[in-house]
Design a protein. Structure first.
Length: 144
């Protein structure tokens, strides 16, 4: 079953998330305001929308590859998790990794929104069963 996601437009300049193709996993989020990102800076960019996810779902805000390739701008806390109970305006934390000022007009596609079911496990204390990997962590399987 495909869930319906209720969207509230909470400021002027807001646009519904949209997909370029019907089968795309991510729906584009747009800036509800003009954005100026100086090199090395981070900005919280409002999208002008709030969403209502059904219980058992989450949304993730992910970078757009074109924005990263063309402007070296990406989502700082990627992927950002939106919980089902959150009802506030969605903001995107953008960072400019480049050396030039990046100007994005209002309505620019700045990130993708992906909605997915989420497991809600209970966490219990107990002994862990052994595995072939064991406790090997970072780099434990070699560099190449």
């Amino acid at each position: 079953m495909t869930p319906a996601i209720r969207v509230a437009l909470v400021r002027p300049g807001a646009a519904l998330p949209s997909r370029a193709h019907a089968t795309d996993a991510g729906a584009d989020l747009r800036a509800a305001v003009p954005v100026e990102l100086a090199p090395g800076t981070v900005q919280s960019v409002p999208t002008g929308i709030a969403i209502e996810l059904p219980p058992g779902y989450e949304a993730q805000i992910r970078p757009r590859s074109g924005l990263a390739l063309q402007h070296t701008v990406t989502v700082l806390n990627a992927p950002a998790t939106i919980d089902a109970a959150f009802r506030g305006e969605l903001h995107v934390l953008l960072i400019n990794h480049g050396t030039a000022l990046v100007e994005l007009p209002e309505g620019s596609r700045i990130a993708q929104l992906v909605v997915a079911p989420v497991a809600l496990p209970q966490f219990v204390v107990g002994d862990l069963t052994p595995s072939d990997r064991g406790t090997g962590g970072f780099g434990s399987t070699g560099l190449h």
